[in-house]
Design a protein around this ligand. Structure first.
Ligand SMILES: Nc1nc2c(ncn2[C@@H]2O[C@H](COP(=O)(O)OP(=O)(O)OP(=O)(O)O)[C@@H](O)[C@H]2O)c(=O)[nH]1
Ligand SMILES: [Zn+2]
Length: 346
């Protein structure tokens, strides 16, 4: 894949249209871009503003559909019609040709939220492919619903692993609290320093707290279909300043979409909406390293008889003993066993 991408860029560099377009770009136009783009923060990036070099700008991919990518730089958006493997949040170096972005380079990803494409339980050769849900985000808002659909804590455990893998801070957001009298107890996660917020997109309860967690960051909303991601998103947008990145192939505005989209909530707060997922298969995690993704096991693991104890079948496993004493949450251990079986192909 990497090689294919490099080849693509080699070709693109040689693309005559792009070169001609670069030549056509006047100093006046570049000055305007600099004026308009200077000082605008970049989602998931450094504190430095979007830079404009002699003839190329740095932009962020804020929408990806099958037929179009939208690149945002400052307050402007440009369409890109190629099939470069980009995801929302990717940072690119590009030049402008008309209303279009000619992408010269995709900058290295600082973080990414990934999963295995397809259904994790069906292990066909085709399903073993990385699916990047979003790039360069600071926070993954793991949305679950307290009811309808029922609360599934085991999916949260999968997300936490992929957050740790991808260098992203997790935030657990339990929606639809208006439907229940007792909220799911997630103190085991708060004990692990993972923030948990309870909200109702319908009534607005808890939304202020959620906003505080999002402020000044680039976050991705993710979770199963029907948990209320879009409702939360819309509730956040209701008071938002600006919606980012809506362009058709011809550069016209667009109002409905099922694809991933990035919006600016305020000056330096960005949020990405993603389509619901059916399952979250672990990507690039091997069975031997799985235990490292369960930080709540680690204090006990040092007392296991074997240093490389997998905490499954070995005698004198201190993690299993901690589970039976209730010092490790049984649900977490259940997640671990299930994932281990999945990874070893049982
Ligand atoms: N009672 C209640 N219903 C809600 C709440 N939030 C969302 N819903 C309802 O839940 C259903 C699904 O909400 P969506 O926002 O479409 O869920 P989603 O996670 O975006 O689903 P996908 O777009 O398929 O990924 C809708 O009927 C919403 O009206 C809430 O806080 N309380
Ligand atoms: Zn053990």
């Amino acid at each position: 894949m990497r090689r294919a991408r490099e080849n693509w860029f080699d070709r693109k560099w040689k693309n005559r249209r792009a070169l001609r377009a670069r030549e056509r770009r006047s100093a006046k136009y570049r000055a305007r871009l600099e004026r308009e783009e200077g000082g605008t923060p970049e989602p998931g990036g450094d504190d430095a503003p979007l830079a404009v070099s002699d003839d190329a700008s740095i932009g962020v991919v804020c929408e990806v559909r099958s037929d179009i990518r939208v690149v945002m730089a400052g307050e402007r958006c440009y369409a890109n019609l190629t099939r470069v493997p980009l995801v929302v949040g990717d940072r690119v170096r590009f030049v402008v040709e008309g209303n279009h972005a000619v992408i010269l380079e995709v900058l290295p990803r600082k973080s990414k939220l990934v999963r295995m494409r397809g259904d994790a339980t069906r292990r066909s050769a085709f399903s073993k492919e990385e699916h990047v849900l979003a790039a360069n985000v600071d926070v993954a808002v793991i949305v679950a619903s307290a009811a309808a659909p029922p609360f599934h804590p085991r999916l949260i455990d999968r997300y936490l692993i992929m957050c740790q893998y991808g260098g992203i801070r997790p935030l657990i957001c339990v929606n639809k609290i208006d439907l229940v009298t007792t909220r799911p107890d997630l103190s085991l996660y708060t004990d692990m320093d993972i923030p948990v917020v309870y909200v109702s997109a319908l009534t607005g309860a808890g939304m202020e707290r959620l906003k505080q967690h999002l402020r000044g960051r680039c976050s991705v909303l993710t979770g199963k279909s029907g948990v209320g991601k879009s409702s939360i998103f819309n509730a956040l947008l209701r008071e938002s300043i600006q919606r980012v990145g809506e362009l058709t192939r011809t550069g016209r505005g667009r109002h409905t979409t099922t694809s991933s989209l990035m919006y600016r909530l305020d000056h330096d707060t960005f949020i990405i909406d993603t389509p619901g997922i059916r399952s979250l298969g672990l990507w690039d995690i091997d069975p031997d390293s799985l235990r490292l993704y369960f930080p709540d096991f680690l204090p006990f693991a040092t007392a296991c008889r074997y240093r490389d104890c997998s905490h499954t079948h070995e005698p004198d496993c201190a993690v299993k003993e901690a589970v039976s004493r209730g010092e490790v949450a049984p649900g977490r251990y259940e997640s671990y066993r299930r994932l281990m079986n999945e990874l070893v192909g049982k």
